[in-house]
Design a binder for this molecule. Structure first.
Ligand SMILES: [Fe+2]
Ligand SMILES: [Fe+2]
Length: 161
């Protein structure tokens, strides 16, 4: 890569692959959750995730790049780990507590990725693109906070016994 613009393009393709993988995986996480509030939060985030994917498609078409063709191995690993956690035999509350933790790892990965990409876009003077990336960044942060709230207010306590 020659410059920050190419590095941004590389990051956008990586994020696109991550979002594509999540669009497939999130419905399975929603099915696996026992708690109805977790299901609602994840269902809303599934809708947001499809918007994140579309935002990246629009950004990439504005930059004249093809978002496809790269596999985000980190997201693949995070999703696989979540599937194998779900496959373990766990009590309902323990599964819910653990599932929140797994999804938060995924969201933190996205928060880091979007934070970096948005900053690059801003430094490159691509302010519209930066704004779109920050929108997604905030939605990833929001779901992380919502899941924290559920874990801390009820689920972790319920999993003790
Ligand atoms: Fe996302
Ligand atoms: Fe997300």
């Amino acid at each position: 890569m020659k410059n920050l613009k190419e590095l941004l393009e590389h990051q956008l393709k990586d994020l696109y692959s991550a979002e594509l993988q999540l669009v497939t995986a999130l419905p399975e996480f929603i099915t696996a959750a026992n708690d109805s509030e977790i299901k609602i939060v994840l269902t809303n985030h599934f809708r947001e995730t499809k918007i994140h994917k579309e935002r990246l498609e629009n950004i990439c078409s504005e930059l004249n790049i093809d978002p496809t063709g790269k596999i985000c191995k980190a997201m693949d690993g995070l999703i696989r780990e979540t599937y194998s956690f779900i496959a373990e035999e766990s009590e309902e509350e323990v599964l819910d507590a653990g599932l929140i933790g797994e999804v938060q790892r995924i969201e933190h990965y996205e928060i880091a990725g979007y934070g970096t990409a948005a900053r690059y876009a801003r430094e490159l003077g691509l302010s519209n693109i930066a704004r779109e990336l920050y929108k997604t960044f905030s939605e990833e942060e929001n779901v992380d906070h919502l899941l924290n709230g559920i874990a801390e207010s009820r689920i972790n306590q319920a999993a003790i016994a």
